[in-house]
Design a protein around this ligand. Structure first.
Ligand code: C2O
Ligand code: CU
Length: 510
């Protein structure tokens, strides 16, 4: 059978990519979630822990507080177990003046409450689905058992009214997140995501940690979330929102800090499709961590590009003598009244400087060693990301196959690859449709090894890599975590339209 030429599709998709009819709304046009609950201090004060026999153990176990999102209370007194309940249900958000926007939320808020643990802890999540649709919860980036991964290919969906207990040990310290893994183009867009932070056994000492979970949501003129997968550009390029959200607010998240303070800011992108160009103004800053945790060598940057699903940890030093605030800013290509396009800055968060502390030694980078990035014996694989027009629109493919998605959770398919556990594998990802694919591997980390410029600019362990335009990018993974793992584009619309498959990581036979 002759394949239809890809050319017109590529043209259509590129055209879609340039569609700029949905500029980000000016920040002051939206309403904020100022009435959302303040971050409760769920860390017990030393004075409160009278009923625990070994107080010193509790003191040792206490995790550094993270400001920005309410933390899910840990119901388990065992200091090595974090046990929480999480419920997905319809809720409302207040993003536009006088409008109750229908959202889907974990425990009533979007982003959902933060799950907070220390590396090596056991995490037990009693999950309940109070929505009208099936769902699962995926723990993005965690190298846990595939049976606990929330993969809809492996886990029976949690039905309306149903429950499931996720139970796993967190093997790595980093900034992670969790989200729905069924009908993601709709469920994540409508709010089903939250942060999950795993602290190092000995976290670097800072004055404060903050977390910023970023998103862009597409509101219709009614103020309700526009229907999913409903337009050409939404599918071709992936859905760009017209309202920016920081920790679920349409207005900048505000806080104060003392001059000279050293802070750790954790950035998570929950956007469906838009990569966010982010920087800090009014302070000295460095990138100290990424998807897989702290970097061996922190680096300075003028801006970072946070693709959907990616995380960055920043060290922010409040040392810019003249600034009155440190701000987290994103630059968005925005359409102008005259029909042109221009970069425009939007403030996502603002930390006002107030008072002063004595300068402290800046970030003390803990020693981190990454696996050898240039193993001689790596097996080489090529994965082609593509698409084609079929009855009913565009479908996306990996190596010519449109995989899971289409809302079908258990559709028969083959693994795109079987790889032996622990053996280095280089995968070259190449795209011939759409401007960008943030490609994600479940349950594994990898490093970018080529081209050199990318390897240098985006060091460290990742679980999402931006595959841009026609430039192939090569990643290297040791596939250390055995099992059945999803691999997919993190543009939800692409994943749901077929750019989602699985690999099998085979443990050595006994
Ligand atoms: Cu955030 Cu299948 O992943
Ligand atoms: Cu994609």
């Amino acid at each position: 059978m002759a394949l239809p030429s890809l050319r017109p599709i590529v043209a259509a998709l590129l055209l879609a990519a340039c569609d700029s009819s949905e500029p980000a709304a000016p920040r002051d046009a939206g309403n904020d979630l100022a009435d959302s609950p303040p971050t409760p201090d769920v860390t017990p004060d030393a004075a409160d822990v009278t009923d625990v026999t070994d107080v010193s153990d509790v003191a040792v176990r206490r995790l550094p507080a993270i400001e920005g999102i309410a933390e899910l209370p840990d119901m388990n007194p065992d200091p090595r177990i974090v046990e929480v309940s999480l419920t997905s249900a319809p809720a409302v958000a207040h993003w536009r003046e006088g409008v109750d926007t229908d959202v889907l939320a974990y425990n009533g808020i979007t982003p959902g409450p933060m799950i907070h643990a220390r590396v090596g802890d056991r995490v037990i999540v009693h999950f309940r689905n109070e929505m009208e649709d099936d769902t699962t919860v995926h723990w993005h980036g965690l190298r846990i058992s595939d049976l606990m991964d929330g993969s809809p290919a492996l886990q029976e969906p949690v039905r309306p009214g149903g429950e499931f207990t996720y139970d796993f040990v967190v093997p790595d310290a980093a900034t992670f997140w969790y989200h729905s893994h069924i009908g993601t183009a709709e469920q994540i867009e409508r709010g089903l995501y939250g942060a999950l932070v795993v602290h190092e056994a000995e976290p670097p000492v800072v004055d404060r940690e903050r977390i910023y979970v970023l998103d862009d949501v597409k509101l219709a003129s009614s103020g309700q979330i526009a229907p999913a997968l409903a337009s050409g550009p939404d599918i071709g390029r992936g859905r760009y929102g017209n309202v920016l959200l920081t920790n679920g607010q349409t207005t900048p998240v505000t806080a104060t800090a003392a001059r000279n303070a050293v802070e750790r800011w954790r950035i998570v992108s929950a956007a469906n499709a838009r990569s966010l160009r982010v920087r800090v103004d009014g302070a000295m800053w460095k990138v100290v961590g990424t998807d897989g945790g702290l970097l061996p060598t922190p680096y300075e940057a003028s801006e970072i590009v946070v693709g959907p699903g990616q995380r960055y940890d920043l060290e922010v030093r409040m040392e810019d003598g003249s600034a009155s605030a440190a701000t987290l800013v994103t630059t968005v290509l925005t359409s102008l009244a005259d029909g042109g396009l221009a970069d425009r800055d939007y403030t996502l968060a603002s930390v006002t400087l107030d008072g002063e502390v004595a300068p402290r030694p800046a970030w003390v980078a803990p020693s981190v060693t990454l696996p050898n990035a240039a193993p001689e014996m790596a097996q080489a694989l090529n994965w082609a990301l593509s698409g084609r027009v079929v009855d009913g629109g565009v479908e996306f493919t990996i190596n010519g196959v449109a995989g899971l998605g289409h809302g079908s959770h258990t559709a028969a398919h083959d693994y795109i690859e079987r790889v032996p556990q622990g053996r280095p594998v280089r995968i070259t990802l190449r795209s011939d449709v759409s401007p960008e694919h943030p490609f994600h591997l479940h349950g594994q980390f990898f490093q970018i090894v080529a081209p050199q410029s990318r390897a240098r600019l985006e060091p460290g362990l990742k679980d999402v890599v931006l595959v841009r335009g026609a430039e192939p990018v090569t990643i290297l993974s040791y596939f250390e975590n055995p099992g059945r793992w999803m691999v997919h584009c993190h543009i939800s619309e692409h994943a749901e339209r077929g750019m989602m498959s699985e690999i099998m990581v085979l443990p050595p036979s006994p």
